[in-house]
Design a protein around this ligand. Structure first.
Ligand code: IDP
Length: 161
């Protein structure tokens, strides 16, 4: 970005991460957020909400025809979710790796799903899967004013890649 001291990398890339209702019920919010903080990513948006069917049907519009879709809507509305936007170099790709395989039974140990779940219908967390998806989802879940641009004082350690 113009004026940035980075070495031609996009340190402002953003992704949408959500702790799903099972993660909230199981008190995993702190542990999940801690993983993103300790990786060096920057939190720029955060809220807890009870998700509407309308928002979910837009979020999961590509899965509308899947047999598990009605159960997915039920799962995602069982209780509140904690949704956040994280920022940093390659945050979309890195957070998909951190979250692990969609099916926790196939997720590697060390990933969120591999450490906290064993079944695809209760996989604890959501992470955007592409730049297009991230942009679409961030716009869907957050208003512009809910996303904060704050200065990273320890930029030389975590952001200048
Ligand atoms: P992702 O969440 O890893 O991006 P998607 O294929 O986009 O995976 O699926 C969205 C969500 O739908 C999954 O995270 C999971 O909650 C649910 N889901 C996906 N496949 C199945 C399934 O076969 N049975 C039940 N739920 C599923």
């Amino acid at each position: 970005a113009a004026g940035s001291k980075s070495c031609g990398t996009d340190v402002r890339e953003r992704t949408l991460i959500a702790v799903k209702p099972d993660g909230v019920q199981r008190r995993l919010v702190g542990q999940i957020m801690q993983r993103f903080e300790q990786r060096g990513f920057k939190l720029v948006g955060l809220k807890m909400m009870q998700v509407s069917d309308d928002l979910l049907s837009q979020h999961y519009s590509e899965l509308r025809t899947k047999p598990f879709y009605p159960r997915l809507l039920h799962y995602m509305t069982m209780g509140p979710v904690v949704v956040m936007v994280w920022e940093g170099h390659k945050v979309i790709q890195v957070s998909r790796t951190m979250v692990g395989h969609t099916n926790p039974a196939e997720a590697q140990a060390g990933t969120v799903r591999g450490d906290f779940s064993f079944h695809v219908s209760r996989n604890v967390v959501h992470a955007s899967d592409s730049p297009e998806g991230a942009q679409r989802e961030i716009q869907l879940w957050f208003q512009k004013k809910e996303l904060l641009n704050w200065d990273c004082f320890d930029q030389t350690i975590t952001c200048e890649v």
